[in-house]
Design a protein around this ligand. Sequence first.
Ligand code: KIV
Length: 276
Amino acid sequence: MATSKTITPATGRRVTLASLRKAKGEGRRFAALTAYDASFAALEDAAGIEVILVGDSLGMVVQGHRSTIPVTMEHVVYHTALVARGAGSALVMGDMPFMSFATVDEARHNAARLMQEGGAEIVKLEGTGAQAETVEALSAQGIPVCAHLGLRPQAVHKVGAYKIQGREPEAAQALMEDAAALEQAGADMLLLECVPATLAKKITEQAQVPVIGIGAGVHCDGQILVLYDMLGITPGRRPSFSKDFLIDSGGIFAALQNYAEAVRSGTFPGPEHAFE
Ligand code: KIV
């Protein structure tokens, strides 16, 4: 059972897109983390995590699937509503699952569900420049969007494996162009997964909007991890870009605080958690 101390929001001030943009402008890093239920959302919020993502990673770490592809809108809406109830000041981001944004109309309908039924304050979708029209349409309706580039787990069967993206010069150039196109289309945030640290640094410098990294090196404006990976409870091998913060922290709340602090101070991710 959480103590009343642990569920007191750390700042009391709501995290907004404007406050994250300000943090980027001032060179202050911020911490993001996934959550799937109200209790963890409250703990993360109290530990000072600024952005809580209800990721479709729930398909793997909660539901036990081998990929995120079986996750449906119903699942994400349900878990987003749980998290939104627990989160205090953190920004709640809901993930658009596989094929939920295949057409612009579906994207509009499903993003609206995530916000109205789930209580998300921003939606995330995996994309390339090909999703620019969708991002523009959501943006035009006042729906904040985080565009997820690089390794896109929903495309695992097309790509062939969960592997680092943007290593070759042409692929790196394409990623930079995709990031610029999605920002131009109205994306309010970018998320880079498994890209070389030097490329992530260039994209972060090029972008006016905050850039969150996972397996993308220390130069992004913010970092995100899957909650169960950073607590060391995901079955199987932990991704090399992640770190078990529970092992040296003595408890879950301390692990969350130590993660937030390590991100802010730039001590996480270290070179051993990044790719070149
Ligand atoms: O679904 C998820 O948890 C994610 C993170 C890996 C960023 O997209």
